[in-house]
Write a protein that binds this ligand. Structure first.
Ligand SMILES: Cc1cc2nc3c(=O)[nH]c(=O)nc-3n(C[C@H](O)[C@H](O)[C@H](O)COP(=O)(O)O)c2cc1C
Length: 219
């Protein structure tokens, strides 16, 4: 298997047109460019095209990564929802920094975002919560995300419990332990695979005054 792994590679120029990415072709803002690439990934049939790998760290530098779904995107930043008592939320509360990567391998693309984080306002969380299926809402109540559980039965019993608890309620309320985080990017890099590993990397960078510039990086 080790030999097979070493031999595995995709030539980005062979299968697809070697479409490059140039500064002049980028949208004026990182969020418009990201929205365009998200739409292209969705149109291209990427499964869960809004999935991104979120990296966080403890104050002493122990890094973790996991997938979350991007549920909001505008000039302010990128929003995802989670349990506020989870391991990732603990990291974010302590360090206030995150990075996230959208991996669109079929399109030979990735977008990498870095920046500080903030909590999403309660009203915004509530609006998104209301759009979730009831089953997902009950699941959020039933699961103390990132804690150890003895077996699957513990989770099934917890779900049955909250299902009974809210059976008579028309709307399931937002749990206090659940809500959104927003990454406020100061760097957003768009990566497009090219032939001979001479890929394009274009990075929007925000300076201290809040002005954005685009810089090219060596692949
Ligand atoms: C495709 C996919 C999407 C996911 N989306 C979310 C999400 O939006 N929010 C979330 O809390 N966990 C999501 N998860 C689960 C996380 O990857 C992770 O297991 C969970 O949040 C616990 O992470 P933590 O213990 O590091 O905090 C998703 C997993 C996958 C595979």
């Amino acid at each position: 298997m080790a030999d097979e792994l070493a031999g595995m590679r995709v030539d980005y120029g062979r299968a697809e047109a070697d479409e490059g990415l140039d500064v002049g072709a980028l949208a004026p803002t990182w969020h418009e460019q990201l929205r365009a690439w998200l739409a292209a990934a969705e149109d291209g049939g990427v499964v869960e095209s809004n999935a991104m790998v979120l990296a966080t760290a403890t104050p002493d530098g122990r890094v973790s990564s996991r997938t979350v779904l991007c549920k909001g995107l505008d000039a302010r930043g990128i929003v995802f929802y989670t349990n506020y008592t989870s391991a990732k939320s603990h990291d974010l509360r302590m360090t206030r920094w995150a990075s996230a990567t959208f991996p669109w391998y079929a399109q030979h693309r990735q977008v990498h975002v870095r920046g500080p984080v903030e909590l999403v306002a309660d009203a915004e969380t509530a609006a998104y919560w209301a759009s979730r299926p009831r089953g997902s809402q009950l699941g959020a109540w039933a699961s103390a995300q990132s804690t150890f559980v003895r077996d699957r039965r513990v989770l099934d019993v917890a779900l049955a419990g909250v299902t009974r608890r809210f059976a008579d309620d028309e709307a399931v309320p937002v749990p206090q332990h659940w809500g959104g985080w927003r990454i406020l990017p100061d760097e957003v890099e768009f990566w497009q695979g090219r032939t001979n590993r001479m890929h394009d990397r274009l990075r929007y960078v925000r300076d201290h005054g809040g002005e954005w510039t685009v810089r090219r990086l060596a692949p």
